[in-house]
Design a binder for this molecule. Structure first.
Ligand code: HEC
Length: 152
């Protein structure tokens, strides 16, 4: 198979971002479960990095590099699940998500920019830059949750 063609197809597939193709998606209940699953995995692979950045766990460059690579994909997965037709499904997503799409998308972009910085820092084995990027990412998780997720 032509690898150039495969790579271009992959870039295209990943590059579509968080626009919603409602036809290609499942039932609203399923979409909610899937976006929560993606969010849970973000948490799984970000959590240990947060602990390292705060000095609560020893810095481990190979875990940082691996998790950064996972997060590069994981932080793309939840967003098309926040489609307007899911608004009536019980979840912690606030209605503001569907009213303030630009604000929500801005948080997504900040998250992905932070992860890109983390990936670059991990590749160049720059521990302090990696820790700074982890700090930025943690802030975005928090600020988006504060604005767009129901608190318990
Ligand atoms: C652009 C906004 C946004 C960003 C950025 C974001 N989240 Fe979320 N997150 C949400 C919303 C909205 C929900 C509620 C989703 C629902 O209930 O369907 C949520 C839910 C969650 C949940 C609960 C999942 C469940 O099973 O109910 C976890 C865990 C989570 N986020 C972790 C993270 C972590 C870790 C980050 C940062 C790496 C992050 N989130 C970044 C918006 C965001």
């Amino acid at each position: 198979m032509n690898m150039k063609f495969v790579a271009a197809g992959l870039a295209l597939a990943l590059g579509v971002g968080f626009t919603v193709d409602a036809v290609a998606q499942g039932k609203p209940e399923t979409m909610v479960k899937q976006r929560q699953a993606a969010m849970t995995l973000q948490d799984k692979y970000f959590g240990p990095l947060g602990a390292m950045a705060r000095g609560k766990a020893p810095y481990n460059a190979s875990v940082v590099a691996r998790n950064a690579g996972y997060l590069e994909i994981l932080t793309k997965l939840a967003w098309d699940g926040f489609a307007p037709e899911t608004a009536n499904v019980k979840s912690r997503a606030l209605p503001e998500i569907y009213k303030d799409t630009a604000g929500f998308n801005a948080e997504i972009e900040k998250l992905q920019a932070g992860v890109a910085k983390l990936v670059a820092a991990a590749k160049s084995s720059n521990e302090s830059a990696a820790k700074a990027a982890i700090g930025d990412i943690g802030k975005v998780c928090g600020s988006c949750h504060k604005k767009y997720r129901q608190s318990r």
